[in-house]
Design a protein around this ligand. Structure first.
Ligand code: SAH
Length: 282
């Protein structure tokens, strides 16, 4: 673990207010009250859930505003402390989580919940992943024989672009594929003000991987299939590590390491809950 965590070229304060999104003030979120580990339920409940905020982990004064970076910095630090307490140890992953303004990736009505440990709706029945699981997957992927160095990483399921932003601080090149066109566009819009040079977003079916730029020394799936598509296994480098949720109702996080041309080793890590991996594009 050497070297410093990269910082975005712009400070948070210099981008605050430049986005086309409106400020959200201190209004009560209109949809999608969050509970931990409920990605699919949150997604399915988008727009139909109760507006009661029973989650008291964020004080009302701590509503993260684009125009008040000091406040969101403090709340984000608290989020990272919780993620560490849940068992994520890799300091570089924790530093990257601290550097990325998660509230930039949420619609204004939900930005006040950006730093609680929950997945939250981003539209189209999809979710931004829970901070803990984002950190955990990246930590597992980084735990390679290369001392954590990642040259080329592939993410399946860009969603709003949050995890891609975290990955950009930990890998030389990040490729992220999304199958829902409006979410691909949303991620582009969310990432643009952060001016991250090493992310390439691709609209397509991630079950096919990204053969044009393969192989990858790290692959992360942000959506759960019944099994990991063969195409992805074949697009891993030798020694490459793929982290994916697998299953339907009951899902587990799996680490798959490529140990030979035709040989992969699978380790089951823990239970998890993700939106489904689907084929084709919409
Ligand atoms: N990475 C996101 C999580 C997004 S949720 C984050 O940072 O929070 C998972 C995403 O996977 C959804 O946007 C969904 O549309 C996408 N997805 C599901 N199946 C896919 C596929 N075959 N190819 C690409 N994206 C897919």
């Amino acid at each position: 673990m050497t070297g410093k965590t990269k910082r975005f070229p712009l400070s948070l304060s210099s981008i605050a207010g430049k986005s086309s999104r409106t400020a959200h003030g201190d209004s009560v979120p209109s949809s999608g009250t969050a509970t931990p580990q409920t990605a699919t339920r949150n997604a399915a409940g988008n727009g139909t859930r109760s507006t009661t905020r029973s989650d008291a982990r964020i004080a009302p004064a701590a509503v993260p505003e684009r125009s008040t970076p000091m406040v969101s910095d403090a709340v984000r630090k608290a989020m990272v402390a919780r993620v560490a307490k849940q068992g994520v140890k890799d300091p570089k992953v924790l530093a990257a989580m601290e550097a990325v303004p998660r509230h930039f990736f949420m619609e204004p009505a939900l930005a006040s919940q950006a730093y609680i440990d929950a997945s939250l709706p981003i539209g189209y029945h999809q979710t931004i992943s829970q901070p803990y699981i984002v950190a955990r997957m990246i930590e597992v992927m980084r735990d390679n024989a290369n001392g954590g160095v990642l040259n080329r990483v592939l993410e399946i399921g860009t969603g709003c672009g949050y995890q891609a932003a975290v990955l950009s601080l930990l890998a030389k090149e990040v490729y992220s594929v999304e199958r829902i066109k409006p979410l691909h566009e949303l991620a582009k819009a969310n990432l643009r003000p952060l001016r991250i040079a090493n992310i390439r977003l691709h609209y397509g079916d991630g079950m096919l991987g990204f053969p044009q730029v393969a192989p990858f020394d790290g692959i992360i799936l942000a959506a759960a299939g019944l099994e990991v598509p063969q195409a992805l296994l074949e697009q891993m480098t030798m020694g490459g590590r793929l982290v994916a949720p697998v299953g339907s109702r009951n899902q587990v996080l799996q680490l798959i390491e490529r140990v030979g041309k035709y040989e992969w080793v699978t380790t089951t890590l823990e239970d998890c809950h993700f939106v489904p991996l689907r084929s084709g594009t919409v």
